[in-house]
Each structure stands twice: as structure tokens, then as C-alpha cells.
Ligand binder design. Structure first.
Ligand SMILES: [Mn+2]
Length: 419
């Protein structure tokens, strides 16, 4: 077999184009990120760009979000005519919307895999395989491009059976070349961001074991969790993470893209083939106080003391989350915070009330929380406790509810735009 140039793969994920944070659009931040990414593709001499799902924030994305993706693809292909782009559907994406531009672009430089292709009643592993070429244009590795798998997409198979079959098919095809696996799913051991990662449940399980992946894989590229992180496994398994914080939980993350040299040699013990390139944060995300919560007077003082740049365009002014420690009713809380913010170049994301004496960071109570922040699972648990003498739902009942929720969200997606 002739030796060929190993491809350089840039792995990024969870862009959530069209996202809004407390009604503040993120379009300007996405524009800056995508411009930066185009430069990075040159800088890193990328041969492959892999986006592992949740390209859009919602199944029926606004035109502005689709325009951003299409404009990016056009520019990436124009600037790097040899670049291969592979985009997977995530649980936030509509498979149809992800695959749509493929009908115009044809099979070629851009490969869009919205959902599992099926043949004869089961997922068609063959069509998920993408040959990856290095700088000399020769196939030097294979990618199994596995999108988010909805329970209904799997047919009679379990996710484990699917991944085993896909890996076996890929290794047979690769004839000794490196194989990269991919997916959009929750692998246990990963750090979760509760506010912006919609829960996914496949086959009754919320998180999959990392043993799902064939240990022979050169790399497993994952999407879904927003924090860039490596997962303990027998092979190299990584979440690339989102480009910037999609909720306050993600403020401390160091967002990055992952750059992988797909070397045909087995890497030596502990030697990394990947490097992270930090993404410049387009908009600061502030919290008052920096951690925890403080009484209203102190919080107002802290807001007034913030030193801010008032030359920024409105769409690039910092986000602010405010955490107030409350001991009783505070009827003027909202008004006082809004008054303190009035002439400041800041965008409020939310005000969290924390009841003194409750656990650090715990929401005050369901009734005191913003409706938009309520997790359906929490409402279900609370209602169950109310009806059944304070008892939380049993584990299997909670799981059944979570599974129903995934299906219901999927039906919503269909109703919204996939029909
Ligand atoms: Mn996701």
C-alpha cells in the first residue's frame, strides 16, 4: 500500500446557529466565530472539517442561521478547494434541514448526514463511510459519519450493535488505514451543562458507556456536550465542545476547536495526536457576584461598580447574570436591578434568586424560577412528589418520562418544519 500524506482534521461541534440567550441573538458572535474558523482552516492547513451535530439551535432555524451556514460553506470551499467538510445532525437539528443544501451541492466536497440512512429495515453502515484524503489527494483514512440516532432510527438494533456494525464495516473498508468514528450522544463521564444541552435518551439510557466505541479507532469525534473534553476510554474520545457559552453554566469553559493529525502510525503511550486551539471569546459573560449569590444591596453596588467599555456595538456588549441572595419577599428586586442596569452597556440574561440557607446554586423554588428555565423533568418530579406524598418518581418511571420527552420534542420538530 502506498504511503500517503496524513490528513489534518479540524473537529468542532454544537454551533447552535440561531441561538438566542434570554432573547439576545447570538448572530454577531457566530459571525466572528465562523470568520475565525475560516482563518484557522488555513492556519492549520486543514484537509477535513468535521462538525459533530447541533449545527442549528432549533429544528426550524431562522433564515439568518441558514444563511450563516451556507455562506460559511461557500467561503470555506472557495478558500480551500481541497477541503472536505462533513456535517452531522444533532438532537437539536432537523435531519432534513441539515441535508437540504446537499441536494444543491451534490456529492463532493461537502457531506451532510442529518440522520441514519436506512436500507432493508436497518441503518446502512456503508453509506456512512467517508474516505478522507491528505494533502496529496490520496485516501489516507476513513471516517464513519454517524449522526444523532433517534430511538426510532435504530430499528431493532441497540446503539451498541449499530456502533459495532459501523466500526466493523469501516475497518473492513479501511484495509489498515486509520478509522475515525463519530457521533452525537451523551457518553458517561462527560461534564454536563444542564441549561442548554437538551437531554437525550436512547434505548432507555441517558448516557452511553465509552465502551460503545471500537478501541481500534484512531479517534472518536463527539458532539452534544458543550465543554471541550476528553473521555476516559480505550481509544481517544473527545467532545470538541461549542464555540462559546450557550448558558451561564458554560461561562468557565475554555472553548476550543480540536485539531487532529490522522497519523497512520500507532501513537505511543500517552502521546497526544490532538491539540486544542482556543477560540477567542467574542463577548464577555459576566456574573454578579462572580460566584455564589449576595444580598440585593450588595448586588446593586457591584453592578454600579462594573467598569465597562461603552464603545462596543450593542450586539457585542457583555452578558450579565445576576444572583441575589434572598431571605424573604423582595418586591422591588427586579425594578432595582433593572434601574442599576439602565444606562450600562450590558445584556441581562437572567436574575437568579437564591434562598438563604438553601444549597449553593440551587434554585429558590419552582415557583420563583423563570418559566423558561424549568426543566420538564423537574416539573414532573415536583408534581409526582405533590401527588404521592412527597415521593420522587421511581427510576424507571423517570426514565420513561425522559424518553417520552425526547419523542415529544422530536414530534414538535416535525410539526415545526419537517412535514
Ligand atoms: Mn445535542
Amino acid at each position: 500500500m502506498p504511503t500517503s500524506a496524513p490528513p489534518t482534521l479540524v473537529h468542532t461541534s454544537d454551533w447552535h446557529l440561531g441561538h438566542e440567550l434570554a432573547d439576545h441573538p447570538r448572530e454577531a458572535e457566530h459571525r466572528l466565530f465562523l470568520a475565525w474558523l475560516l482563518d484557522q482552516l488555513d492556519e492549520q492547513s486543514a484537509d477535513v472539517l468535521l462538525v459533530t451535530g447541533d449545527v442549528y439551535d432549533v429544528a426550524n432555524p431562522p433564515v439568518s442561521a441558514m444563511r450563516q451556514l451556507y455562506g460559511f460553506l461557500h467561503e470555506a470551499c472557495r478558500r480551500r478547494p481541497a477541503l472536505q467538510v462533513v456535517i452531522l445532525g444533532g438532537n437539536h437539528d432537523s435531519a432534513g434541514k441539515i441535508e437540504l443544501p446537499g441536494h444543491l451541492l451534490g456529492e463532493g466536497q461537502v457531506r451532510l448526514v442529518g440522520s441514519l440512512p436506512r436500507r432493508d429495515g436497518q441503518a446502512d453502515a456503508e453509506t456512512l463511510l467517508v474516505p478522507l484524503a491528505g494533502a496529496d489527494g490520496e485516501t489516507a483514512a476513513w471516517l464513519a459519519a454517524v449522526p444523532f440516532c433517534r430511538p426510532g432510527d435504530l430499528g431493532a438494533e441497540t446503539l451498541q450493535q449499530l456502533y459495532t456494525r459501523v466500526a466493523d464495516t469501516a475497518f473492513a473498508r479501511a484495509e489498515g488505514l486509520p478509522v475515525i468514528l463519530s457521533g452525537h450522544l451523551h457518553v458517561s463521564g462527560g461534564a454536563v451543562s444542564e441549561l442548554s444541552e437538551r437531554r437525550i435518551v436512547v434505548g432507555g439510557q441517558e448516557a452511553e458507556a465509552a465502551s460503545l466505541f471500537d478501541p481500534r479507532a484512531a479517534y472518536v469525534a463527539l458532539g452534544h456536550l458543550h465543554r471541550p473534553q476528553q473521555i476516559a476510554a480505550e481509544c481517544l474520545v473527545r467532545y470538541a465542545g461549542s464555540p462559546f457559552p450557550l448558558s451561564a453554566t458554560e461561562r468557565p469553559y475554555r472553548h476550543s476547536i480540536t485539531v487532529l493529525e490522522v497519523s497512520p502510525e500507532k501513537r505511543s503511550e500517552g502521546e497526544a495526536q490532538v491539540r486544542e486551539v482556543l477560540i477567542p471569546r467574542p463577548v464577555p459573560f459576566l456574573a454578579v457576584p462572580e460566584t455564589g449569590a449576595k444580598p440585593l444591596d450588595e448586588v446593586v453596588g457591584l453592578i454600579e461598580a462594573l467598569e465597562l467599555d461603552d464603545s462596543l456595538a450593542p450586539e457585542l456588549t457583555p452578558f450579565l447574570e445576576v444572583n441575589v441572595l434572598v431571605t424573604g419577599p423582595e418586591p422591588h428586586l427586579q425594578a432595582r436591578i433593572h434601574a442599576a442596569l439602565a444606562d450600562k452597556p450590558l445584556r441581562l440574561t437572567r436574575i437568579v434568586r437564591q434562598v438563604a440557607g438553601s444549597a449553593e446554586g440551587a434554585p429558590a423554588s419552582l415557583s420563583a424560577t423563570d418559566l423558561a428555565d424549568l426543566m420538564p423533568e423537574a416539573v414532573f418530579a415536583s408534581l409526582h412528589a405533590q401527588r404521592f406524598g412527597g415521593e420522587p418518581p421511581a427510576e424507571d418511571l423517570a426514565r420513561a418520562f425522559a424518553e417520552l420527552l425526547v419523542e415529544a420534542q422530536h414530534m414538535d420538530n416535525i410539526a415545526e418544519g419537517e412535514a
